[in-house]
Design a protein around this ligand. Structure first.
Ligand code: UD1
Ligand code: CA
Length: 480
């Protein structure tokens, strides 16, 4: 269902794995109910940049080339595996949400005996591969590796307890279990960690739920590691947003802005001109050539490729579109599943629907809709038209208000318009119909049969004048 997204976003494109760890397993905890989203949709399926949170996590995970990816999903969240619909992953149901330690324990039967496991959260979408690689590298030399971060406001998070003398991490204390001194600690647990599989087999079954929340805390393995003499190393992300989670629509909206800002910065760095980097939305992949200019409030969805020197006017929406060099899209245009050639002029207020293929130097003007049609080089439809299921040749001029009548209520029919045709304004072409090369159609015609080449064809009642005819006039009050 969602495979147009798999592995295609810029995240996986930019960061190729530097180190490939032998026997890397990844477990994504995604069984939480997400009550604070107030939605029937499971939390991890809420979209960020047009794509479920969990898919963002899965893309970062896949970029690490692990041997296995295991996803822990919750009771009642069957729509999660159904939506992601990928059986390359190991889907494990956690019937009751008894805590993060209990969640990870569900994956134990599926993990390798050796190697390490990276724990990710399904609701923490903006993981950067480079940060995770650093963490894995630390863990691969027999350490327990924790990703921690300093927060101005640490409330709600587990606090990192360090040995006063050595400065080494010795435990994690959840806020609800922390004393006043511990609550003053600003270094917090992101929840993302890497542990040796052999250790997890030992530690996880020994977890207890003797705490304020009566949960099996994954964080309790840190104290176990200390006891076992395992070295605990903390590494940090480059940006706090990498480890921010989504619990509410407010947090989702915040992360969406961060994602969009980062994408906009990336485009600016590549030399794309953005009228305002805070007013662009990219929900997929956007590849731009040199000297591309994008005006405000444009939305890019799916896979969009834009050639050199292309200008995109304000408020345009482009989805799965390829635009070649030199083309200008004027404001308020909507283009979906279309190929646009070089030096075209589209819009303002143009609608290109799926299956539109325009060659070079085609002009499509205001309030023109094109669907499932090919238009060859140099042809123009500049005003108020519908071109559907049509093959149009070169240098055709389509007059204002021309409509291809492609539908009889049940079936769709083709219209063929050959090279150098001139179609007068307000013409209806009743498909199936062919207008042969060089022909001219008189304005206001309803064309039901093929038009021969190089002739004038028109279907219009002869103009008459009725002499002496009077326009009706309203009676005055006195006459009534
Ligand atoms: C957890 C950490 C805390 C850390 C915080 C970071 C523990 C005990 N606490 O707290 O130290 O600062 O994350 O956000 O680990 N989940 C399951 N099954 C469960 C419980 C949770 O799959 O039974 C999943 C959730 O869907 C979520 C993740 O685990 O993706 C974290 O759960 P959450 O309840 O948000 O943990 P916190 O209490 O916030
Ligand atoms: Ca949380």
């Amino acid at each position: 269902m969602l495979d147009e997204f798999s592995c295609k976003t810029f995240l996986t494109k930019v960061y190729l794995p530097i180190i490939v760890v032998q026997n890397l397993n990844i477990v994504i905890l995604a069984a939480g109910l997400g009550k604070r989203m107030y939605s029937a949709l499971p939390k991890v399926l809420h979209p960020l940049a047009g794509k479920p949170l969990l898919l963002h996590v899965l893309e970062a995970a896949q970029a690490l080339s692990p041997q296995k990816i295991c996803i822990i999903y919750g009771h009642g969240n069957e729509t999660v595996p159904q939506t992601i619909a990928n059986n390359k992953f190991i889907w494990v149901k956690q019937e009751l949400q008894l805590g993060t330690g209990h969640a990870l324990m569900q994956s134990l039967p599926h993990l390798n005996k050796d190697g390490v496991t990276l724990v990710l959260y399904g609701d923490v979408p903006l993981n950067q591969v480079i940060t995770l690689e650093k963490l894995i590298k630390v863990a691969s030399t027999k350490n327990l590796a924790l990703l921690t971060v300093e927060l101005d406001d640490p409330s709600g998070y587990g606090r990192i307890i360090r040995d006063i003398e050595t400065g080494k991490v010795s435990a994690i204390v959840e806020e609800k279990d922390a004393n006043i001194t511990q609550r003053k600690i600003h270094e917090v647990n992101t929840g993302i960690m890497v542990a040796q599989n052999s250790r997890l087999q030992d530690w996880l079954p020994r977890l207890e739920n003797k705490n304020t929340q009566k949960e099996y805390y994954l964080t309790d393995i840190v104290a176990m590691a200390t006891k076992a003499g395992v070295n605990i190393e903390a590494t940090h992300p480059s940006y706090t947003w990498e480890v921010m989670g989504v619990n509410s629509k407010i947090q989702l909206a915040e992360l969406e802005r961060i994602y969009q800002n980062e994408f906009a910065k990336k485009l600016l760095k590549q030399g794309v001109t953005l009228a305002d980097p805070s007013r662009i939305d990219i929900r997929g992949q956007l590849d731009c050539g040199k000297d591309v200019e994008i005006d405000i409030n444009c939305i890019f969805e799916g896979l969009v490729k834009i050639g050199d020197g292309v200008r995109i006017g304000a408020h345009s929406i482009l989805k799965n579109v390829n635009i070649e060099a030199g083309t200008i899209i004027f404001p308020f245009s909507s283009i979906e599943n279309a190929d646009i050639g070089k030096n075209c002029r589209i819009g303002p207020f143009a609608r290109m629907r799926p299956g539109t293929k325009l060659s070079n130097e085609v002009h499509i003007g205001n309030f023109v809709e094109v669907k499932n049609s090919r238009i060859a080089a140099g042809s123009k439809a500049n005003h108020l038209s519908y071109i559907g299921d049509t093959t149009m040749g070169k240098n055709v001029n389509v007059g204002a208000g021309t409509i291809t009548c492609n539908y009889d209520g049940a079936n769709k029919f083709q219209t063929i318009i050959e090279d150098n045709v001139f179609i007068g304004s307000d013409t209806q072409l009743i498909a199936p119909v062919k207008v042969a090369k060089g022909s001219t159609i008189g304005a206001g015609s309803t064309i039901t049969r093929d038009a021969p080449p190089d002739e004038l064809t028109l279907s219009r009642a002869k103009q008459i004048s009725v002499f002496g005819w009077k326009r009706p006039v309203k009676k005055t009050k006195a006459e009534k």
